[in-house]
Design a protein around this ligand. Structure first.
Ligand code: HEM
Length: 517
């Protein structure tokens, strides 16, 4: 005789079936009969869980876009997800209706990480508190304020050139040190003096750990909410330990560098920076008793957000140069014509380097470092072109998919800077599109773009980027994946060598003068 079915099994099945019909009923009730946007057919109870790939989701979303349309909808567990697959709908919703499309989703994983912890403004909903933190940060990162950081960006770039000359194979480490030093100097007056600077290392580890939590389709607890009630030792509760480590990193981001500035201020040795400038205003920026805490956590946000993003963008550009030597040759020729060979490029040269600037735009399009941006959330129910979009839905712009849409960007996989010379006037520029939207637009975009201009023009002025060769002199094909997140790509082998003995001498003399500054 078959063993009797245990009552718990019957109850679990019954509640799953009731939940399914309840969700289906509320789903229809809420939309008032309007259709939700089209999307892949969900399974009962688990929704579209099975269809969401573990990796490179943006590529699947692009395929779904071709199948279902510019706005697609799917649901996983309690999360309703809307993906926008064209520049037109991103502009209509995330920009023009930014007043209601600028929240951040609070996934179960975020709630787990948030427990008893500070909240950084990129993860806040659009509250008064968020507005205040953004206001403080925006004042330090406006286009005008960002130009005051140019001397620091130039100095760090000269030091970077010296390191690339000495140990070119360690280029990722050198890039992280240079961008880390820029943001740490601007924010905390902390100059990075060694390769194993603790603050640079801390940020690198923290980003690698926290970045995956941004995507709402990662972590089972986002789809199966009851997992959060499991004790941390239980099988399936590994996300709790992950969240605990993320909590620690967030606290360290805010506390450790801030304590260092406070110590230096007490000793009279602090350099002028974001933190000292704001502290000097004695609570008059926000008129709140906790202004110091706001300065501390917003500084932590800059430190967290301002370095690796720029490194990823630089690496995309260098990969373009490596794979397209004809493009690189044109960049070299343009810099030689404008700058000559007896000095390095400076800020005042930038407007005279249109081809080089188009290469930066092209690298941001070709290999964007935030393929689905940072997901937004919808603050109230909305209707768009006859489709119902529910409050609290996570709304993602498929930046990668849009930048690889052959209708707007013919031959999208090709690194082709000429596409920005005016021949495709309707092509949306990554400068306008790759930094996010409306109230959430990246506050560091001016500073980031300035870093790209200064660092890359200097690198290109003195170095050539080529494929490595094996012992028999044959070129070694680099291993890369244009669709993969830069963060998860393997090290790209390449040879970075001075373009001439004069270029090497120029680097040495600029390093000497930058270390005296
Ligand atoms: C090339 C480099 C960079 C790229 C491509 C980039 C891109 C982005 C994107 C796509 C977003 C999401 C915007 C949205 O949700 O709509 C963002 C947000 C943000 N970025 Fe950047 N970023 C870069 C560099 C920087 C730098 C240098 C800083 C700081 C100095 C910075 C600070 C931030 C902050 C604080 C946010 C969160 C904004 C919010 O939630 O309100 N970023 N960035």
């Amino acid at each position: 005789m078959d063993p009797p079915v245990h009552p718990v099994v019957i109850l679990t099945l019954a509640s799953a079936v009731s939940l399914y019909f309840y969700q289906k009923w509320t789903h229809q009730q809420r939309s008032g009969g309007l259709p939700y946007p089209p999307g892949p057919k969900p399974d009962p109870v688990i929704g579209n869980l099975r269809q969401i790939p573990k990796k490179k989701q943006w590529v699947t979303y692009q395929q779904w876009g071709k199948q279902y349309g510019e706005v697609i909808y799917f649901a996983v567990g309690g999360s309703q997800i809307v993906v926008l697959n064209s520049a037109r709908v991103v502009n209509d919703l995330l920009e023009k209706r930014g007043a209601i499309y600028s929240d951040r989703a609070q996934s179960n994983m975020h709630m787990e990480i948030a427990q008893g912890n500070i909240t950084l403004f990129p993860e806040m909903k659009c509250t008064e508190e968020f507005n205040l933190h953004r206001k403080v940060v925006n004042s330090a990162l406006s286009a005008t304020a960002s130009r005051t950081y140019l001397p620091c960006q130039e100095r760090e770039t000269h030091a970077l050139l010296g390191r690339l000359l000495e140990t070119p194979d360690s280029y990722p480490k050198h890039l992280r040190r240079a961008t880390g030093s820029i943001i740490l100097t601007v924010t905390y007056g902390h100059k990075v003096m060694t390769d194993d600077d603790e603050l640079v290392k801390l940020n690198e580890d923290a980003i690698a750990h926290i970045f995956p939590t941004v995507d709402p389709t990662n972590f089972a607890v986002n789809f199966i909410p009851w997992l959060k009630y499991l004790p941390s030792w239980a099988p399936g509760a590994g996300f709790k330990e992950y969240a605990r480590i993320a909590r620690e990193y967030k606290t360290k981001w805010a506390d450790i560098p801030f304590a260092e500035v406070r110590e230096k201020m007490a000793a009279g040795s602090a350099e002028p920076c974001y933190v000292t400038n704001l502290l000097a205003q004695n609570g008059s920026i926000t008129n709140r008793p906790d202004e110091e805490d706001i300065i501390k956590v917003t500084a932590g946000v800059l430190y967290a957000a301002g370095s690796d993003t720029t490194v990823m963008a630089i690496k995309s550009f260098l990969l373009g140069m490596l794979l397209y030597p004809d493009v690189q040759e044109k960049v070299h020729q343009e810099i030689d014509k404008v700058v000559g060979s007896d000095r390095l490029p400076t800020w005042s040269d930038m407007d005279s380097l249109p081809y080089f600037q188009n290469c930066i735009l092209e690298s941001m399009r070709w290999k964007p470092n935030a393929p689905v941006g940072i997901p937004h959330a919808l603050q109230r129910d909305d209707v768009y072109e006859g489709m119902f979009l529910p409050k609290d839905a996570v709304v993602m712009a498929n930046v990668w998919g849009i930048f690889h849409d052959e209708k707007m960007y013919p031959d999208p996989s090709r690194f082709w800077p000429e596409r920005w010379d005016g021949r495709f006037p309707d092509a949306i520029s990554p400068r306008a599109f790759g930094f996010g939207y409306s109230r959430r637009i990246c506050p560091g975009r001016h500073m980031a773009f300035n870093s790209l201009l200064i660092m890359l023009s200097n690198i290109m002025a003195v170095f050539k980027i080529e494929k490595k060769r094996d012992v028999d002199g044959r070129e070694i094909e680099p291993i890369y994946d244009l669709e993969e997140l830069e963060l998860f790509m393997p090290f790209i082998e390449c040879s970075i060598t001075p373009r001439s003995p004069t270029a090497a001498a120029l680097v040495r003399s600029s390093v000497a003068s930058s270390s005296e500054a």
